[in-house]
Design a protein around this ligand. Structure first.
Ligand SMILES: [Zn+2]
Length: 659
C-alpha cells in the first residue's frame, strides 16, 4: 500500500550507477566565458571571511573523505570526486560564485565551535551538532543516513572522550535532519526514555507526510534539484548549494519522546540549559531554533544558512511563507542578538562575534522580507510571475553578501513562489485559463512558424548569439512537438548546458545539466523502492488510506461501489472505507452497518502487507487477519490501485500510457 516515500526514493535513485555512457558534454561557449568572467567582477570573490569561518576550529577532516556503507556496496559519502575544486581559479564551465560556494562546502570533519560545542560538517548535506553535557552528549540532528551519522559520532570519539549520547534533538521535520538517528542511538533507548529525543510540535506528522502523497513525482524531480544522476565534475555536478550532495544509505526514523509544544520552552539536560523557540511554517512545517545561554550559542536550525534558501523548492513542495520566516529571524535577533557570541545552523559553517552575528542575522531577516514584500508589491501592480522574477533584484547591501546569494534558492524562483502563495497558478489572463496542452500547443506553434526546419535554423543563429534562455525554450517546443527530432534535442541540450555553466544556483545548474543529459541520452531508469519499516510506522492510518486513495485508477473504479470495515486491534481504531463515484473515502471511528467486507488486523500486519512482505491471503492463513463478508470485494478493490514509477519523462512528453 505505502510503496515508497520521496526521501527513500531519493536515496535509491542516488545509488543508481551511470548505466550507459552519456554523450560528452561541451565546453563553455565564448558567450558563457564572457558572462562568467563579467559575473566574477561583480563580487568580492577573493574575500577570505567565508573560507576562514568554514575552516575555523577544524580538529580533523573526515579520514579519506569517504564514509562506507551506502546502498548496493557504494560509499554512503565520497568527497574524492570533488578534488577538482581544490583549484582556486574557477573552470569556465562553472559560475565563479558557485565555484566559491562549492569550495566552501568541501570543508569537512570535526570542528570545535566554542567551549563544549562541536559540529561534524561535510559528511552529508546537513550537519551534526554535539554539545558536551556534564556526563554525556547532547546531539542535534543526524545527517540523512545511518552510516554518515555513525561516521560523524566515530570521528568525534576519535578526538574527544567517549561519552554516551544522552539526548538527541531534531530541529525539524526534513529527512536530512533525522534520517541518521539509528547511527547515533537505538530505537529501544529512545522508547524507554534512556535517551531523551526532543522534537518540535508536529514533527512526526510532517516528517513523513510531506513526502508521501506526491512523493513519487517529488523523488523524480529531486534528481533535477540535486543532480544525483550527473557525473561529478566541472561539467557536471559540483555542489547542491546547501552542501555538497545528499548521502546515500539506510534511513531511520526514531520517534521523539519529548515534544516542544509551547512557543518557547526550556530544558536542562545533563547540566546544559537549552531554550527552544518554535518556528513553524518557516523553512519546514515543524521546526525550532535553540539557544544555549551558558555557551552564548544560538542554533538557527535551517532558518538562516549561507545561502538564500527556498520559498519554493524545485523538487516540488508546498510554498513557504517568507513573511513568517523573516519574522522569526527578527524575533531571534531581538531575543538573543545581544547575548549571542556565535550563531550555528544545521547546514554550513558558524558566524562568530556579536557584531558579525547580528549583521548576518539582519541580512537574512531582510532577505526573505525583501523578496516577499517586493514580489507582493509588483503583483499588486498586475505583474505576473515571470515578469516579477525578471524585474526583482536584491539591493546592493544584500546582493553583496555571500550568505544572501542564491546557491540553493534563487530570487527568481522565490519571487514566483510568493506569487503562488497568494494568487496561485493562474495569472488572471483568460487566454491562459485553458490553453492547449503543451505538446498540442507546440505542434501548432511550430507549424505557424513555418515548420521545424525553419525554426531550427533560426534557433541555431540565436544559439551562436548566446541567447541560451530562448533557445532552450524554443528547442523544448520542437521536442514536445516531435520528441524524435534529434537535431532539436541536441540543440536544446546544448542550450541547457550553457545555462547550467552560467547558473549561480547549484540547483539550477543541476536541473539544466540533467535536462541536457536526458535530451541527449534519455533518462536513467531506477527500480522502484519500498518504504522502510521505520518510515511506514510513522505514517498514520489516516494518511496511509489517503495515499491509497490517490492511487485509485478512476477508470477501473468506474461504476463500482464497495464498502470495507477496518478494525485495527493494535492500536485500537476503526474505519469505514467507501468506494463510490470513482472516489475512495474513509471515516475514522465508525463501522458501516452494511459492509461488503470487514477486515480485522493489527497495525504491524497492515504494515507488512503494505511493504509487500506478505499478502492478504498469507495473513489470513496465519491468523493475523480476519475477514468476514465477501473477501473477493477486497481483492477487487486492491486491484484498482496504480503502482507509480519514478521513471517518467520530464524533458519530453510522458511515454507511459495512462488509463
Ligand atoms: Zn536540511
Amino acid at each position: 500500500m505505502i510503496r515508497r516515500s520521496a526521501c527513500l526514493t531519493v536515496v535509491a535513485l542516488l545509488a543508481q550507477p551511470l548505466s550507459f555512457a552519456a554523450a560528452q558534454p561541451n565546453d563553455a561557449e565564448p558567450a558563457t566565458r564572457a558572462t562568467n568572467e563579467a559575473f566574477a567582477k561583480t563580487l568580492p570573490l577573493a574575500d577570505r571571511a567565508g573560507l576562514d569561518d568554514a575552516q575555523r576550529g577544524l580538529i580533523a577532516p573526515l579520514p579519506g573523505g569517504v564514509v562506507a556503507g551506502g546502498l548496493g556496496g557504494a560509499p554512503a559519502w565520497n568527497l574524492k570526486p570533488y578534488d577538482f575544486l581544490n583549484a582556486e581559479q574557477p573552470s569556465a564551465t562553472v559560475n565563479p560564485s558557485l565555484w566559491r560556494q562549492a569550495r566552501l562546502n568541501l570543508a569537512n570533519g570535526l570542528f570545535q565551535v566554542t567551549d563544549r560545542v562541536y559540529q561534524v560538517r561535510g559528511l552529508d548535506i546537513a550537519n551534526v551538532t554535539i554539545v558536551e553535557g556534564d556526563t554525556g552528549l547532547i546531539v542535534t540532528d543526524t545527517t540523512l543516513t545511518v552510516p554518515t551519522a555513525k561516521a560523524a559520532l566515530e570521528l568525534y570519539y576519535q578526538h574527544r572522550p567517549k561519552k554516551p549520547v544522552v539526548a538527541l534533538i531534531y530541529t525539524h521535520s526534513h529527512v536530512d535532519h533525522f534520517g541518521g538517528a539509528g547511527g547515533l542511538i537505538t530505537a529501544e533507548d529512545a522508547a524507554s526514555g534512556k535517551v531523551k529525543v526532543i522534537a518540535p510540535d508536529g514533527f512526526m506528522d510532517h516528517a513523513v507526510a510531506e513526502n508521501v502523497i506526491a512523493g513519487n513525482a517529488m523523488s523524480r524531480r529531486a534528481q533535477f534539484q540535486f543532480g544525483a544522476p550527473l557525473p561529478v565534475g566541472d561539467k557536471g555536478q559540483v555542489d547542491a548549494g546547501l552542501g555538497k550532495a545528499l548521502a546515500m544509505g539506510a534511513i531511520s526514523l526514531i520517534p521523539p519522546n519529548d515534544t516542544i509544544k509551547q512557543a518557547i520552552e526550556t530544558r536542562r539536560i545533563d547540566g546544559v540549559d537549552i531554550e527552544f523557540r518554535l518556528v513553524p511554517e518557516s523553512e519546514a512545517p515543524s521546526e525550532m531554533i535553540s539557544y544555549y545561554p551558558q555557551f552564548k550559542v544560538l542554533n538557527m536550525a535551517e532558518d538562516t544558512t549561507h545561502t538564500l534558501h527556498n520559498l519554493y523548492t524545485l523538487r516540488g513542495a508546498a510554498i513557504r511563507d517568507g513573511r513568517l520566516w523573516s519574522k522569526y529571524i527578527g524575533e531571534a535577533i531581538d531575543r538573543y542578538g545581544d547575548r549571542t557570541d556565535v550563531v550555528i545552523a544545521q547546514h554550513h559553517w558558524p558566524v562568530w562575534g556579536r557584531d558579525r552575528v547580528v549583521s548576518y542575522l539582519k541580512k537574512q531577516r531582510d532577505l526573505y522580507k525583501f523578496i516577499h514584500d517586493q514580489s507582493v508589491r509588483l503583483l499588486n501592480y498586475g505583474l505576473t510571475p515571470t515578469e516579477i522574477a525578471e524585474r526583482l533584484t536584491l539591493p546592493p547591501s544584500l546582493a553583496g553578501d555571500f550568505a544572501a546569494r542564491g546557491y540553493y534558492g534563487s530570487v527568481s524562483h522565490n519571487a514566483k513562489a510568493v506569487y503562488q502563495f497568494y494568487l496561485g497558478w493562474y495569472d488572471g489572463n483568460p487566454a491562459d485559463l485553458n490553453p492547449l496542452p503543451r505538446a498540442e500547443e507546440a505542434k501548432k506553434e511550430i507549424d505557424y512558424m513555418g515548420g521545424a526546419a525553419a525554426v531550427l535554423a533560426r534557433a541555431r543563429d540565436d544559439y551562436k548569439a548566446g541567447q541560451y534562455r530562448w533557445v532552450a525554450t524554443i528547442a523544448s517546443k520542437l521536442v514536445f512537438a516531435d520528441p524524435s527530432n534529434k537535431e532539436a534535442r541536441a540543440l536544446g541540450a546544448d542550450a541547457l548546458e550553457q545555462l547550467g555553466y552560467q547558473a549561480e544556483a547549484a540547483t539550477w545548474r543541476n536541473a539544466y545539466l540533467l535536462g541536457a543529459q536526458e535530451l541527449r541520452s534519455g533518462l536513467i531508469k531506477t527500480d522502484a523502492v519500498t518504504v522502510s519499516p521505520d518510515m511506514l510506522k510513522g505514517v498514520s492510518i489516516d494518511l496511509a488510506f489517503d495515499f491509497l486513495a490517490v492511487r485509485l485508477n478512476a477508470a477501473k473504479a468506474e461504476g463500482k461501489h464497495i464498502v470495507v470495515n477496518w478494525t485495527f486491534t493494535e492500536p485500537k481504531q476503526t474505519y469505514t472505507m467507501n468506494l463510490e463515484n470513482s472516489a475512495l473515502t474513509h471515516v475514522a471511528g465508525r463501522l458501516s452497518d452494511n459492509p461488503d467486507v470487514s477486515v480485522t488486523l493489527n497495525r504491524a500486519t497492515f504494515d507488512s502487507i503494505s511493504l509487500k512482505q506478505r499478502t492478504f491471503l498469507g495473513a489470513i492463513a496465519t491468523g493475523d487477519l480476519w475477514v468476514t463478508g465477501n473477501p473477493l470485494k477486497l481483492r477487487e478493490l486492491f486491484g484498482m490501485f496504480d503502482e507509480f514509477s519514478p521513471n517518467f519523462e520530464v524533458i519530453e512528453p510522458v511515454k507511459a500510457k495512462i488509463e
